[in-house]
Design a protein around this ligand. Structure first.
Ligand code: NAD
Ligand code: TDX
Length: 338
């Protein structure tokens, strides 16, 4: 029987990287192709344990290059696409929006065209709850799949634009698609520019932790493992054309998150440094995941178990995040090529 071929874009990044490892281990009878251009956020050292597995393959390519993507789809005949590749950091989108439009909008359209041309069986587009904008602090309100799109940052506007293209390819060309919109992920291999890994790395080194504004903004935290099981489910059972929200009811203020990490590491809250607020800083995100739960998804981590596991992972894998902070991870691919 022909092996199923799964193309994962952005598989050298945080969530895509966790998903690639999850799929390589869970489905030895699938071929998993990790396509990544290796921006600053792409790191292949995380895949040292799977890089020799017969069902893992790396493709060094840019999703915005139409010619490359078309010929890859022609030669490899992928069955499924799971699309993570993106510029993902909100702060960077405020200082340099252009690359967000190029990668997140144009890159998605290039992939959709190839998926249409070569008749893939499913295109899962990994999006974000940030496309819905922000909620106020009323704890009874949640983002559902029907919440109107009202993105506030250049990042979330570019993701919302890509979501609309995915929807349009389903409506116009009947491309079999799903869109997933998840809340803030955390867990192993999270790039240390984002709140949780930044805080852990700085607290371990007794450095100040920058908290934007008053620290009262709320995020709904999702362990990356639970996100991987959600995407696996949507890939195999998602109803074509449907959107699924992913989140585990783990709302915390940023200040709570930072204090939890400081307390767990046995350090002083004097490390907290309130700094100027992020421009257009969304107040609160909170997901209603009931549609995905009805499809069969159950997260296994609470915030308490997940943050404890994550802090433990960062303590055990200090060499991983140190080589990210000092930049040496960026030579790993070049050294392999020689
Ligand atoms: P990340 O920044 O860690 O990784 C992105 C990956 O995409 C990197 O490996 C990078 O090299 C690759 N990439 C960027 N431009 C590319 C291009 N032109 N061609 C090929 N590869 C390219 O991102 P992440 O945090 O893992 O997020 C993955 C996806 O999930 C993104 O689409 C993001 O919008 C979405 N998302 C993330 C979160 C979160 O909390 N991190 C939450 C909701 C949604
Ligand atoms: O140093 C910091 N201090 C701080 O207070 C940083 C980096 C962040 N923050 C705040 C801003 C946010 O309220 O912490 C919260 C989390 O910030 P980020 O880690 O930058 O995540 P966020 O902006 O919420 O976006 C993340 O979740 C949704 C991902 O980066 C996005 O890709 C995803 O779509």
């Amino acid at each position: 029987m022909k092996k199923q071929k799964v193309l994962v874009t952005g598989g050298a990044g945080f969530i895509g990287g966790n998903f690639v490892q999850y799929m390589v281990e869970k489905y030895p009878d699938y071929d998993i192709y990790n396509l990544d251009v290796l921006t600053y956020a792409g790191d292949l050292t995380k895949h040292q344990d799977i890089e020799d597995q017969p069902n893992y393959h790396f493709i060094h390519a840019d999703i915005t290059n139409n010619g490359t993507i078309q010929s890859l789809f022609e030669s490899e005949k992928f069955d499924y696409v799971v699309h993570f590749a993106a510029e993902s950091h909100v702060d960077r989108s405020i200082t340099n929006p252009e690359i967000f439009v190029v990668t997140n909008v144009l890159g998605t359209q290039v992939l959709l065209d190839a998926a249409k041309e070569y008749k893939i069986q499913k295109f899962v587009h990994v999006s974000t709850d940030e496309v819905y904008g922000e909620l106020d602090f009323d704890p009874t309100t949640f983002f559902t799949e029907e919440t109107p799109l009202q993105p506030n940052s250049p990042y979330s506007a570019s993701k919302a634009s890509s979501d609309l293209l995915v929807r349009a390819y389903h409506e116009t060309f009947h491309l079999p698609v799903n869109i997933t919109r998840c809340s803030n992920n955390y867990g192993p291999y999270h790039f240390p520019e984002k709140l949780i890994p930044l805080t852990i790395s700085r607290v371990v080194n007794d450095q100040a932790v920058p908290v934007y504004g008053d620290g009262k903004n709320i995020r709904d935290w999702l362990h990356v493992h639970d996100h991987c099981t959600a995407i696996d489910l949507v890939l195999h059972k998602g109803v074509n054309g449907e959107v699924y929200n992913v989140g585990g009811h783990n709302e915390r203020t940023n200040l709570d998150v930072v204090k939890t990490i400081i307390r767990t590491l046995g350090k002083s809250e004097e490390l907290i440094k309130f700094v100027e607020d992020r421009l257009g800083h969304d107040k609160r995100y909170a997901i209603d995941p009931s549609k995905l739960e009805k499809l069969g998804w159950t997260p296994i981590f609470t915030f308490e178990t997940g943050i404890f596991q994550t802090i433990g992972w960062y303590l055990e894998n200090k060499e991983w995040w140190e080589q990210i902070i000092d930049g040496s991870y960026q030579t790993y691919f070049d050294l392999q090529e020689k």
